[in-house]
Design a protein around this ligand. Sequence first.
Ligand code: ATP
Ligand code: MG
Length: 299
Amino acid sequence: MKRAKIAHLFRIEPGTRFRSKDHPTDYSDAQPLRHLSGAELKERARDYVQRNLEKLSRAQELLYANDVYSVLILFQAMDAAGKDGMIKHVMSGLNPQGCQVASFKVPSAEELDHNFLWRYQRHLPERGRIGIFNRSYYEEVLVVRVHPELLERQKLPPGSRGKGFWKERYEDINALERHLARNGTLILKFFLHLSKEEQKKRFLERLTKPEKHWKFSAADLAERAYWDDYRKAYEAAITATSTPWAPWYVIPADHKWVARAAVSAIVSHEIEALGLKPPQIPPARLKELEAARRKLARE
Ligand code: ATP
Ligand code: MG
């Protein structure tokens, strides 16, 4: 399948309603992968990811050389959906000097003393670079919406929590992203869409395999009890914030390698679609280079 088609398949068209049950978490059930066994699927997907990472690496070089655009790639997901492994794989195709990862946990006292977008803005990538967000400002309309008591710590002015509060947050996020896009940031937003059954399987594995014990946290199990609230919060947020300048991609995440194949295809394709060319060298600079070449050759 062409990468443009994959991007189209998983993109939430701006203005349409995102309902999680309309989107599979298990793409191996669908064509053209249905006939492959688990091992073959993994093998095929692994090769495909590798080829996309090579394209991504060339695209990153042009991004860096042009120094005009930056790329923000953000990941949101329920626990154990594979954000960490995804980031590790996407990063493995990048030049570490031109990219950075920021992970967002519970905000600190200093962060809570600022507006709700502040701590995220400090980590946005500069021109020529790729920034990856492991969780993002979307937590402000996801975990905070599921646990509204978290708002108590945000020191908001009186009266600001009326009806329409979440709608206003979506508006603020859309406005921020529009500003970034207009100023040259390509924004790619991924929701790794995991089924509740697969999460259970992965948690059980963390509890039964000693080498995976460290990955388990009791807090993850506590959050699982809010599965349906999270589903609703994701549906509302993605519906309200999939925009022409920053669309969401909903990626089936029950098979890690299928998810990685889709993300690597979309990221490499979208950066290439910026249409960057090697920067033009001005004639005066070409003369300088020629003079330097002659001088060196004469040595
Ligand atoms: P991993 O578990 O793989 O290390 P993680 O991203 O789940 O990665 P944790 O330290 O387990 O990291 O969890 C971070 C927690 O911080 C999550 O429960 C998340 O919902 C929470 N969090 C992130 N942003 C905010 C926020 N703005 N307000 C409140 N909680 C937040
Ligand atoms: Mg966690």
